[in-house]
Design a protein around this ligand. Sequence first.
Ligand code: DX5
Ligand code: ZN
Length: 217
Amino acid sequence: MILVAPSILSADFGNLNSEIASVELFSDLIHVDIMDGHFVPNITFGPGQVGKMRANKPFDVHLMIENPEKYLKDFADGVMQAVGSELYARSFLVVHQEATKDLVGTVRMVKALGMKVGVALNPATSLDTLEDVLDDVDMVLCMTVNPGFGGQKFIESVMPKISQLRALRPDLHIEVDGGINLETARVARQAGANIFVAGNYVFGAPDRKTALESLRG
Ligand code: DX5
Ligand code: ZN
């Protein structure tokens, strides 16, 4: 199943709800990038701001923050306010493997909150780091740029990791994020990815609907 998730990092932050409304009909998830200025050298939204967002699709909350376990409940509450209880249960909280000392406990906490759980890996992080959680996660996000900013170049050398993971887990959601466009989505799809995040490619497009549909292949 192919899913597309526009990243609102590339949207107009002064009009986020109308920006979300402009893409949600053609999207499966709304990708919300949370950056803390520590794990990545950029700052975006806190949980209060997430709670002011409104969407009719599940959220895909990409936590690029140190010690995410401290803030899971706050972001979960924000997602509940933003999308309501039905879409909440289909929304993802995604934590970085590199950002927590207790990945197993963090994964358990997200599940206990009643949300889908994803684990993100930076381009240089090996699949071996997921050994203890692979059977418990709903999604693995394989970053195809070093996180922190939109508009970076797709790192193709991540593809073997995706193929390896797809061979290990035929039914797992595998997401790619960073530098995704028509061509790179095709490359990532061939490797085995099935969820495509795109920021600049969607929000910078003259026709956002066409851009989103092109990612489905
Ligand atoms: C980068 C973020 C991405 C970003 C992707 O750290 O995680 O979600 O918005 O932007 P593009 O698609 O422009 O590379
Ligand atoms: Zn992201």
